[in-house]
Design a protein around this ligand. Structure first.
Ligand SMILES: NC(=O)c1ccc[n+]([C@@H]2O[C@H](COP(=O)([O-])OP(=O)(O)OC[C@H]3O[C@@H](n4cnc5c(N)ncnc54)[C@H](O)[C@@H]3O)[C@@H](O)[C@H]2O)c1
Length: 441
């Protein structure tokens, strides 16, 4: 793939957001604040990170956004759906993530973004009860209505292209069923109102049918099954997922690779959280928590490789808890107690207390995913985008591939993919000016 095969960015890029809650509104408000020069896009690789090209001594370190022909922030337009009718300003106010001093100056802009009626069923998020929902006889009809919405919003905003990032609530835990195995079975399943088909899957289907790249920010089953993987390939559309990597799991995938590189053993890792936002309320239902538990629990195994290092990790006890605690709102607190051991097996403990802000960590991920998926689409990439694993707790990978959770490996892969997409050499560290070159005669 060379830069000449990437069709250049032009016009507007529409970012479609099913679920206009804390994350989505913090993202939209943040982009507008940056556009108005009121804030910096901190936490966003696409906006703030540089990429080294060639040898270090060449000193070529452009910003990723300048190097990769990403859509500039000024060219983003937004639309979304929600079960509640609040516009982006009211929803942001309710979510209580941003202070009034940051939100009020953006009120005029945020009021203009009103959610379209949602494709929603209470069975999949029992704690939610909103009136802004579509009515139709079948799930297939709902999906067609979502397709109409996408076309209409592209028209209305005059956008050249669109991307969709699911920022809706975590749905109940579902395993892939017979209806998820082929596109035909999935379409039939929607017509038969198969209970195994959740609303987020209808959005994903609608997006792919319209040629719109799709990312899943939640842990539930959404586009990660054969029928939609096949559709993504057929329609030449990139997909990525799932579950934004923020908070405690972010810390875990930063710390665990460090312990492993130093060959320190881990006996136990106990993680617990308190959070009080609407996400926490939805996750207070055991069926919805199950979706989250599965994506959170998987990360340590592939990083630590207990099968290769049984002395260090085979007995690791890993437990994750999420507790809904309304007084905290979006200001989550995550505790980790890590029981490690070193030389001759002597035990040590590490305590992490992360006073984090979930949506502040998630918003730049939405931005980066939107811009990178749009780039991937213009570069002719289709299907599962494993190079975007960096952003997810449970990366969506091809059948038979092993998920990579080590954030440093994920980061390395992301940047090398960008380099190769643009016709640059991938960085291997073998061409640097040190030991290797001494022997390179
Ligand atoms: N904040 C983070 O750090 C973080 C990290 C990882 C994953 N996530 C996931 O991102 C999602 C959004 O998080 P949030 O904090 O913004 O939650 P939120 O509750 O504030 O917002 C979710 C919104 O989705 C809406 N919704 C639910 N089902 C819908 C449907 N079928 N169609 C349209 N709208 C629907 C809800 O009404 C709600 O307004 C959650 O699934 C959460 O688990 C968040």
């Amino acid at each position: 793939m060379s830069i000449s095969t990437i069709s250049p960015h032009r016009g507007k890029l529409l970012v479609l957001l099913p679920g206009m809650g804390a994350v989505a509104t913090t993202f939209i408000a943040g982009v507008e604040a940056v556009r108005r020069g009121m804030a910096k896009p901190i936490g966003s690789l696409t906006q703030m990170q540089t990429i080294r090209l060639g040898k270090r001594s060449e000193n070529r370190n452009p910003l990723i956004r300048d190097f990769a022909d990403l859509a500039p922030l000024d060219d983003l337009v937004f639309a979304g759906w929600d079960v509640f009718p609040d516009d982006a300003y009211d929803a942001a106010k309710r979510a209580d993530v941003l202070d009034a001093r940051d939100l009020e100056p953006l009120a005029d802009f945020l009021h203009t973004i009103e959610p379209m009626p949602a494709a929603f069923e209470k069975t999949y998020a029992k704690r939610l009860d909103g009136a802004n929902v579509k009515k139709a006889a079948t799930k297939y009809d709902l999906a067609q209505m979502l397709r109409d919405d996408i076309r209409q919003k592209i028209d209305e905003t005059g956008a050249d292209r669109a991307v969709m990032v699911w920022c809706g609530s975590t749905e109940v835990y579902l395993r892939p069923a017979a209806c998820h195995m082929t596109l035909e079975a999935f379409e039939q399943g929607m017509k038969d109102n198969d209970p195994a088909i959740a609303p987020s899957q209808l959005y994903a289907y609608a997006a792919l049918m319209e040629g719109v790249p799709y990312a899943n920010g939640a842990p539930n089953l959404s586009a990660d099954f054969p029928a939609l993987e096949q559709l993504a390939l057929e329609r030449n559309v990139p997909i990525a997922g799932k579950d934004f990597k923020t908070g405690q799991t972010l810390m875990k995938t930063i710390l665990a690779p460090g312990f492993k590189t130093r060959m320190l053993g881990i006996q136990g890792w106990f993680s617990t959280n308190i959070l009080g936002n609407r996400d926490g309320e939805v996750l207070d239902d055991p069926d919805n928590f199950r979706s989250k538990e599965v994506t959170k629990a998987g990360v340590l195994g592939t990083i630590l490789q207990p099968e290769l290092y049984p002395d260090l990790y085979q007995d690791l006890y890993h437990k994750v808890r999420i507790n809904y605690y309304p007084p905290r709102g979006d200001a989550k607190e995550g505790w980790d107690n890590i029981d490690i051991f070193g030389w001759l097996g002597y035990p040590m403990q590490i305590k992490v207390d992360f006073l984090c802000r979930d949506s502040i960590l998630a918003a730049p991920i939405v931005l980066d995913l939107a811009l990178f998926l749009d780039l991937a689409r213009r570069a002719g990439k289709q299907g599962i985008q494993e190079w975007l694993s960096f952003y997810f707790k449970s990366p969506h990978v091809e059948q038979g591939h092993i998920q990579e959770h080590d954030i440093f490996i994920q980061h390395f892969r992301l940047k090398n993919t960008l380099r190769v997409m643009a016709g640059e050499e991938p960085v291997t560290h073998l061409s640097e000016n040190y030991e290797y070159e001494k022997y390179d005669h």
